[in-house]
Design a protein around this ligand. Structure first.
Ligand code: B12
Length: 231
């Protein structure tokens, strides 16, 4: 078990590996975290993701441009690949099916993949459509898989508007489906205005909200079935 000081050192190494787009350091830091008993969740959120938040600031300050961002993303994924299989599996008593993807026109997929990881560790069936997903594909996949939940991610003000169409189309085809949206430009107010059932600002809250939605949906279905039987 790493001491508090050593834990901070490893987290700092992971953070800097992303900022300095150093894939080797990210892999090394991830392995050190595992070897020394740092929780994989902490290494991901307080190390890698925290580094990417700093990268966002450097981009805004025009110190970094798209090529740097791409290399930072590669470093983050290099560390994530090592840590992900070790994230603790959760048994939260409810499991569901979820369709997830980043909407059309948008290639940002780090946040979406981290939300996906949380669903994976909670034992959900995850249908990941990837990034830059044509809007109709969300509706098609939900109908095909009969998933309880659809999660839409967008990182740009220009692409998030596509979510509104998906929400409308999904609710028309299947009023029971629950829809959750997220990504930096999205907010709870927008989610409400567009008729989504939920919004979360990070992956941990996304899973917590999803569990609530899926359990209320399952309860409603069970009650409806019980009423049918009584007839
Ligand atoms: C890395 C990055 C890139 C990388 C992406 C690599 C990849 N594989 O994802 C690359 C280089 C490809 C890129 C490209 C561009 N980018 Co960019 N990018 C970023 C950056 C720096 C970090 C994003 C990130 O990964 N964050 C880390 C993750 C973990 O956080 P997150 O995505 O927010 O996800 C968390 C939550 O939001 C939430 N969440 C996310 N999705 C979902 C979904 C659901 C359902 C729920 C519930 C929750 C949830 O949970 C996640 C985990 O906790 C941001 C800056 C920023 N402040 O966000 C700019 C940013 C998003 N990019 C921006 C821009 C402008 C671009 C480009 C147009 C640049 C250009 N000139 O070409 C292109 C667009 C390409 C395209 N068509 O999509 C702008 C968008 C501005 C806007 N508001 O519209 C930002 C905000 C930078 C800025 N300040 O200007 N980018």
């Amino acid at each position: 078990m790493a001491t508090e000081e050593r834990t901070q050192e490893i987290l700092e190494k992971l953070k800097n590996a992303v900022i300095e787009y150093d894939e080797d350091a990210a892999k090394e830091g991830a392995q050190e975290a595992l070897d020394e008993g740092v929780k994989p969740n902490d290494a991901i959120f307080d190390g890698l993701v925290s580094g990417m938040q700093e990268v966002g600031k450097l981009f805004e300050a025009e110190e970094y441009f798209v090529p740097e961002l791409l290399m930072c993303a590669d470093a983050l994924y290099a560390g994530l690949d090592i840590l992900k299989p070790h994230v603790e599996q959760l048994d939260l008593g409810v499991k569901g099916s979820v369709v997830i993807g980043t909407v059309e026109g948008d290639v940002h997929d780090i946040g979406k993949n981290i939300v996906k990881m949380m669903f994976d560790v909670a034992g959900f069936n995850v249908y990941d459509l990837g990034r830059d997903v044509p809007l109709d594909q969300f509706v098609e996949e939900q109908l095909k898989t009969d998933s309880e939940l659809v999660c839409l991610s967008a990182m740009m003000t220009t692409t998030m508007v596509g979510m509104q169409k998906v929400i409308e189309d999904l609710k028309k085809k299947n009023p029971d489906v629950k829809i959750m949206i997220g990504g930096a430009p999205v907010s709870g107010d927008i989610a409400e205005k567009w008729g989504a059932d939920g919004y979360a600002d990070d992956a941990t809250n996304a899973l917590a909200d999803a569990i609530n939605m899926v359990s209320s949906l399952k309860k409603m279905k069970e009650e409806a079935e019980a009423r049918e039987k009584q007839k």
